[in-house]
Design a protein around this ligand. Structure first.
Ligand code: ADP
Ligand code: ZN
Length: 290
């Protein structure tokens, strides 16, 4: 039996399942303070004979196995979780191999193994929600360098008519600062879900997302692009992305049919937790190799 945790800023999803992606039980726990939330997480897994646990976490997190802070949530604005040693706590409690990566990398792995990018050795998973983050599979492996990528914070060219200053506390008008859910709400004065009829909202959203995708395509050349997160429930955004991307590309890169290339998650809202199960499976396999 494998355990999986999708650690988010508002909730933790915990599941037990197997390497085929089958989920046997799944629960949600509100993200409060570590003592409270983690006590419930531990109680849930204690019911099972768990062989390995995979974690896809909000961040930034330390994913460098050589680092003294490996497995920590590092500089999160959620103060109670800052410098929290998530992997150490799980390892000390269960004494099993632990796989650890970002929530979006876990979702990319889930989609590449069982979802919209199944069978491909390359894909990009992007979430447009409270923040914007992306995870990439490159040549069959999760992309990692000094640390994990932070593709949500790339700089984009501002739309000529957009006077909104941007919401990113670090960069103001980076991609996340101009296009994540809270920036939509602040720019237009209402939550995205109440702006369904306002076509200019989703046109501008598509404009920024297409720009970001253009840059990801130029750098990573992904074989499939998967867009999830709350904002992407507005399916009309896809048509604006399909409209703007060719305007940025100008026929430079030859791309597949856009409606096949840029898609919703095949696993729906289970991409992250299914990927975390795969992280557990990978951790178990790696342990058995040594
Ligand atoms: P999180 O990023 O916190 O994990 P979500 O992916 O649900 O959670 O993103 C939440 C953001 O997405 C909020 O800013 C919310 O307003 C926006 N959002 C959620 N659902 C919708 C929707 N159906 N239409 C437009 N915006 C939405
Ligand atoms: Zn930023």
């Amino acid at each position: 039996m494998l355990g999986a945790i999708e650690a988010g800023g508002t909730k933790f999803v915990c599941a037990v399942g197997d390497e085929s992606g089958k989920i046997i039980e799944r629960i949600q726990i509100p993200t409060t303070v570590p003592e409270e939330t983690m006590a419930e997480v531990i109680q849930f897994f204690k019911k099972y004979n768990i062989e390995a646990i995979g974690i896809g976490s909000f961040g930034p997190i330390d994913v460098n196995t050589e680092s003294p802070a490996y497995g920590f949530i590092t500089s999160t604005p959620k103060i109670a979780w800052k410098d929290y040693p998530l992997v150490r706590v799980i390892k000390e409690t269960f004494s099993v191999p632990v796989g650890f990566n970002t929530d979006v990398n876990a979702a990319a792995l889930g989609e590449a193994t069982f979802g919209a990018a199944k069978g491909l050795d390359s894909c990009l998973y992007i979430t447009v929600g409270t923040g914007i983050g992306a995870g990439a599979i490159v040549q069959g492996k999760l992309l990692q360098g000094l640390s994990h990528p932070e593709m949500g914070h790339i700089l984009v060219r501002r739309h000529r008519a957009d006077r909104y200053e941007g919401k990113c506390p670090y960069h103001h008008d980076c991609f996340e600062g101009l296009a994540a859910g809270p920036s939509i709400e602040e720019r237009w004065g209402d939550k995205g879900i109440h702006l369904v009829e306002r076509t200019e909202v989703w046109d501008l959203e598509g404009y920024y997302i297409a720009q970001a995708l253009m840059q990801y395509i130029l750098i990573l050349s992904p074989k499939k692009i998967i867009l999830g997160g709350g904002v992407m429930n507005q399916k009309q955004v896809f048509s604006y992305i399909y409209k703007y991307l060719p305007e940025f590309n100008k026929n430079y890169i030859s791309l597949p049919k856009l409606s096949d290339y840029i898609v919703s998650p095949g696993l729906g809202d289970r991409a992250g937790i299914t990927g975390a199960l795969q992280l557990a499976y990978q951790a178990l396999r790696n342990e058995n190799q040594v």
